[in-house]
Design a protein around this ligand. Structure first.
Ligand SMILES: CC(C)(COP(=O)(O)OP(=O)(O)OC[C@H]1O[C@@H](n2cnc3c(N)ncnc32)[C@H](O[C@H]2O[C@H](COP(=O)(O)OP(=O)(O)OP(=O)(O)O)[C@@H](O)[C@H]2O)[C@@H]1O)[C@@H](O)C(=O)NCCC(=O)NCCS
Ligand SMILES: Nc1ncnc2[nH]cnc12
Length: 277
């Protein structure tokens, strides 16, 4: 049988490919502080790299369906927002069935789901469109006392919902500019991606870190990430030492920057999309 050529894939197929690739690239990137990577499980007892890959792959049909819903409905509005909410909740069930109940990618479903739908509508205004979608209230969304909701209440932190509603400032103002800067400085692709993750970590109110390690954990993450960048980034020996130090500090606090990892995946998705335009 003749192999299917790239240009014969639908737009929804290609966007789903890019979203899953971004998740797999994020998981594989090493050494990420206290996160699951090629070295090990970081600060997680119930996660490992194989599970992150299986979870990412289980989400391909969901991303495709989100892109198709955007193409079918054709505009930002409550019908698309509520379609995405329904598809996202079904995607979460597929993820949990694959991981036997472990939350691997809840934040990524949210961020990449909005971005995939936005890209299907108009890739050039992707973060603005995603923000408009995130600002709409899905009437069918359950309001559980999630970890994010608990720390939002306790610390007044800006969590995943607000990050999307503001148009992903951690991605557009931190991650992507750092990715491009480190590439220009010939840091090497893996180091440039690590630097992008660290740039996101310098300013993010990561609700996973806050939930597990409070404000001490958050300050350790933000200041430690800044110290790596100040020392020249991941491609630099002094920066690598700081990165190792940050890994040890976060592990000691059991603080895992899962929200920052999701936003790195969002960054890699937008970067890939830019390259395909
Ligand atoms: C609007 C929702 C995002 C729900 O938000 P909420 O804050 O209420 O919910 P959480 O369940 O806490 O999930 C938010 C996840 O987002 C990631 N995240 C954290 N901080 C930020 C941030 N500042 N900006 C962006 N993203 C952020 C993070 O995801 C990662 O962490 C997950 C592991 O978290 P957790 O379960 O707390 O982990 P552990 O500490 O390991 O648990 P224990 O082992 O200790 O028990 C992991 O999945 C990463 O992805 C947050 O977890 C949205 O989800 C929603 O409304 N969904 C409903 C359906 C819908 O509309 N779907 C999408 C349509 S496009
Ligand atoms: N690599 C990773 N490790 C732990 N939690 C995550 N959530 C998203 N990516 C993650």
């Amino acid at each position: 049988m003749r192999a299917l050529k790239q240009h014969e894939l639908s737009l929804a197929d290609r966007l789903a490919d890019m979203a899953v690739d971004a998740l797999i690239d994020e998981a594989d990137l090493s050494p990420k502080p206290a996160l699951v990577d090629r070295r090990g499980n970081g600060a997680h007892s119930d996660l490992h790299l194989g599970l992150m890959h299986a979870s990412a792959l289980s989400l391909w049909p969901m991303f495709k369906e989100m892109a198709e819903a955007a193409l079918d409905i054709g505009e930002v509005g409550l019908p698309l927002r509520e379609a995405l909410g329904r598809i996202g909740r079904e995607g979460e069930q597929a993820m949990l069935a694959t991981t036997q109940g472990v939350n691997t990618h809840r934040g990524a479903i949210w961020a990449l789901g909005l971005l995939t739908a936005a890209a299907a509508l108009e890739p050039r205004t992707i973060t603005l469109t995603a923000a408009k979608l995130a600002l709409l209230n899905d009437r069918f969304s359950p309001q559980p006392m999630s970890h994010g909701a608990q720390v939002a209440q306790r610390y007044g932190a800006r969590g995943a919902r607000e990050e999307a509603q503001l148009g992903f400032p951690s991605v557009t103002q931190r991650g992507l500019p750092q990715l491009h800067k480190s590439r220009r400085e010939n840091a090497g692709e893996q180091n440039a991606r690590l630097d992008a993750l660290l740039a996101i970590m310098t300013d993010l109110a990561d609700t996973c870190v806050l939930y597990r390690a409070g404000t001490e954990g958050l300050a350790t993450m933000q200041q430690g990430a800044q110290a790596v960048l100040d020392a020249g980034g991941s491609a630099n020996l002094a920066g690598r030492r700081q990165l190792h130090e940050l890994d040890l500090q976060l592990l000691a606090l059991n603080a895992s920057p899962g929200g920052a990892a999701d936003l790195l995946a969002a960054c890699l998705f937008i970067d890939r999309l830019d390259g395909a335009l």
